[in-house]
Design a protein around this ligand. Sequence first.
Ligand SMILES: [Ca+2]
Ligand SMILES: [Ca+2]
Ligand SMILES: [Ca+2]
Length: 222
Amino acid sequence: MLKFQICLVVILMSCITFVSCERAQQMAGPMMPGEDTTDATDTTDATDTTDATDTTDATDTTDTTDTTDATDMVTGPSVVINELMADNDNTIADPQGDYDDWLELYNRTDSAVLLTGMYLSDKEDEPTKWVFPENTEIPANGYLIVWLDEDIDDPEGLHADFKLSKGGEVALFVDTDANGNQVLDSVTFGEQETDVAYGRLPDGTGDFQIVQATPGAQNMAN
Ligand SMILES: [Ca+2]
Ligand SMILES: [Ca+2]
Ligand SMILES: [Ca+2]
């Protein structure tokens, strides 16, 4: 009889344990088969602490302040007309040995600029007169000389299909986009002296004035 009572107690205890386990699981919410360690998802909360590395993304935002290194960045076009000579008699010869009109472009930025699809002209009603050859590049903070001599077939050097009038006219630097032609820079000049250059002082930003002829180099006061 005592044995039977002990047996009954053991069975009862087992039942209670089983039921309380079931209750505990129900309280903990539905359980996926084979997934005991729902606490393991708590350890993925540990990846939330690696979200703390997201705060190092804050260093990425300081990378955006690196783009404010673009304090060097200029307003307006990257490349401008910087100097020209409309009557070159003995200042500088082109690669073919001719003393021709020339125009200097200056890149105001710290990056090389591709001039593909850009134009030079001396006619406002024909702004796309001469297109830069494919892959023409002007170096960072560098200069580029275009000979305005109509010698467009000469292989060496850049040769536009128009000249500048000594009596004065306009020179245009033009880009094209979906909105049409955009004059990036232009200079209107009056009558020019032979072998006298007309350029910005300082480079890239200053007003045009008579300067020392410095084709391909920094402009200098006359
Ligand atoms: Ca000329
Ligand atoms: Ca020439
Ligand atoms: Ca110059």
